[in-house]
Design a protein around this ligand. Structure first.
Ligand SMILES: Nc1ncnc2c1ncn2[C@@H]1O[C@H](COP(=O)(O)OP(=O)(O)OP(=O)(O)O)[C@@H](O)[C@H]1O
Ligand SMILES: [Mg+2]
Length: 405
C-alpha cells in the first residue's frame, strides 16, 4: 500500500504516525516544508520518498506539487493528522478519486460554525452561537445570545484569540484585540467542567475511546501564566458522570459522517449533569495526549491508527489500566532556566509512577507559553486510582517550580 502523508515530521508526534504507517506495511510518501536533508534522522527509515514543498499551508500549491510529483505513480491513500492540513488531504483524495473522507465531510470537522450547525441539526446539545464578520454583527449576536459569552475565531486552534466576555462594557476592548480576525463565532458561555472525547474510529464507530479532563479549562490555562495546566485521562469510562458525554461524542461522530481515523472532541459537563458539545477535529489530539492514552492502556495508538486508515482494522486489545496525568510547567521569570525546585523530592517519593520527565534542563531558553501548551516541559505520571493520580498531579503543579533569568 502506498500512502501520501502530509507533514510527516511536524508536529513531532507525526514522526510516530509515520513510523506506525511503515510498521503496518505502508510505503510512506512524505510531503513537508522541511528540506529532505533537514528531516530528523530517526524519521528517514520510515519514508519511501519525500517531497519538499515551499508553502505547506497553501493548498493549491501543495496540490499542484504533489500531483506533478506523483505523475505515473499509483497511490492508495492521502492522509494527514494535523488540523490545518486535513482539508488539503481531502482535496487531494477527491482529485485522485481515492477512499477516505470527502472535503464536505472534513469541513464539518474544521469550520466551527458548520460543525455546530450539523451537530445541532442531529438534535444534540450545542452552545447557542452565531457566525460574525463585522462589529455590528457581534453586537447583534451578543444581544441575542446574552452574557457571559465566548468570542473566538471560526478556524482557531490553541485557544488563540478566544475570549470570555462577562458584560457589554468589555466587548469593545475584546473587539479591538480581535481586529485581525476576519470571521468569528459568538457563543453562549457554558459553565462547568471540560473534557475530551477522543477516538480511533472505523466508519465513525469508535474502536478505541478516551476521555481526559482539563484541569483547569483551557481558556483559563491559556490566559494565566502561573497555572500549571494538568490533563488527566480517565481510566473508568463506565462511570455515570461521563455517560452523557460519551453518548454525545458517539452522536457527534454520526452527525458529522466520520469515516476512519482519529477524532478529538472537547465537551463540557454542566453542574446539572448535562453534556454540551464544544468542538471536534477529525485528527489526533496534540500536546502529548496520544502518548498519554498509550500509557493509560500500554498500547501503541500511533500504529493502530495506521492500521485503521490503511487496512480498516484495529487489532490491539484495549485494557484501561491507569489514569495518566500530564503536568505542564512554566518557569517564573524570563530568559534561561536557572534552577528547578522540588523535583528531586517528588521523584524520591513518587518516581515509580512517573513515566516521563521532560522539564527543560537548566541553561535552556524558556519556550513561549502563549504559543505552545508544552510550555517549559512536562512531567507525565500514571496511577490506577483516579484520586491518587489527581493528587500526585497537583503536587507537581504546586510544589515543583522552574525559575528563569
Ligand atoms: N461556549 C463556550 N463556553 C465555555 N467555554 C468555552 C466555550 N467555547 C470555548 N470555551 C473555552 O475556550 C477554549 C478554547 O476554545 P476552542 O476549543 O473552541 O478553541 P481552540 O482554539 O480550537 O482550542 P484548542 O486548539 O486549544 O483546542 C475551550 O477549551 C474552553 O475552555
Ligand atoms: Mg479546543
Amino acid at each position: 500500500m502506498k500512502v501520501v502523508f502530509l507533514a510527516p515530521h511536524y508536529p513531532p508526534e507525526m514522526q510516530q504516525f509515520t513510523r506506525g504507517l511503515a510498521e503496518v506495511g505502508a510505503e510512506v510518501y512524505g510531503v513537508g516544508d522541511q528540506p529532505a536533508a533537514a528531516l530528523p534522522p530517526a524519521l528517514k527509515p520510515y519514508l519511501s520518498d519525500y517531497l519538499h514543498v515551499a508553502h505547506m499551508m497553501d493548498e493549491d500549491h501543495v496540490i499542484g506539487r504533489v500531483t506533478q510529483w506523483l505523475r505515473g505513480r499509483e497511490v492508495d491513500r492521502v492522509l494527514a493528522n494535523w488540523e490545518p492540513l486535513m482539508v488539503c488531504a481531502a482535496r487531494l483524495r477527491e482529485r485522485y478519486g481515492m477512499p477516505g473522507m470527502s472535503v464536505e465531510t472534513t469541513r464539518g470537522f474544521r469550520d466551527k460554525e458548520l460543525m455546530k450547525e450539523r451537530v445541532r441539526a442531529a438534535g444534540l446539545r450545542v452552545p447557542h452561537s452565531q457566525r460574525v464578520r463585522t462589529v455590528a454583527e457581534v453586537h447583534e449576536a451578543a444581544e441575542r445570545i446574552g452574557y457571559p459569552l465566548i468570542i473566538k475565531p471560526i478556524s482557531g486552534a490553541g485557544s488563540a484569540d478566544t475570549y470570555k466576555v462577562d458584560e457589554r462594557a468589555e466587548l469593545d476592548r475584546v473587539l479591538t484585540a480581535m481586529r485581525h480576525v476576519h470571521e468569528a463565532s459568538v457563543e453562549e458561555y457554558i459553565d462547568g467542567e471540560e473534557f475530551t472525547f477522543d477516538t480511533v474510529s472505523i466508519d465513525g464507530a469508535p474502536r478505541f475511546m478516551n476521555v481526559a479532563q482539563y484541569l483547569p479549562k483551557p481558556i483559563i490555562a491559556r490566559s494565566e501564566e502561573w497555572v500549571s495546566p494538568v490533563i488527566i485521562t480517565v481510566r473508568d469510562l463506565r462511570q455515570e458522570k461521563l455517560a452523557a458525554g460519551i453518548e454525545l461524542g458517539r452522536g457527534v461522530l454520526r452527525a458529522l459522517g466520520m469515516g476512519d481515523g482519529f477524532t478529538h472532541m472537547e465537551w463540557f459537563l454542566k453542574p446539572n449533569g448535562e453534556a454540551v458539545f464544544g468542538e471536534i477535529g477529525c485528527r489526533a489530539p496534540g500536546a502529548k495526549l496520544v502518548d498519554q492514552m498509550n500509557y493509560s492502556c500500554d498500547i501503541d495508538l500511533f500504529r493502530e491508527w495506521a492500521r485503521v486508515v490503511c487496512h480498516r482494522r484495529f487489532e490491539a486489545t484495549v485494557d484501561y489500566k491507569y489514569n495518566t496525568a500530564i503536568i505542564f510547567k512554566r518557569a517564573k521569570g524570563r530568559g534561561r532556566i536557572t534552577r528547578v525546585e522540588g523535583l528531586d523530592a517528588f521523584m524520591r517519593a513518587h518516581g515509580r509512577h512517573v513515566v516521563e520527565q521532560k522539564l527543560l534542563p537548566v541553561g535552556t531558553h524558556r519556550r513561549d507559553w502563549k504559543q505552545t501548551l508544552i510550555s517549559d516541559g512536562h512531567i507525565m505520571l500514571r496511577h490506577p486510582d483516579w484520586a491518587t493520580a489527581y493528587e500526585l498531579a497537583f503536587e507537581v503543579a504546586g510544589k515543583v517550580h522552574l525559575y528563569a533569568q
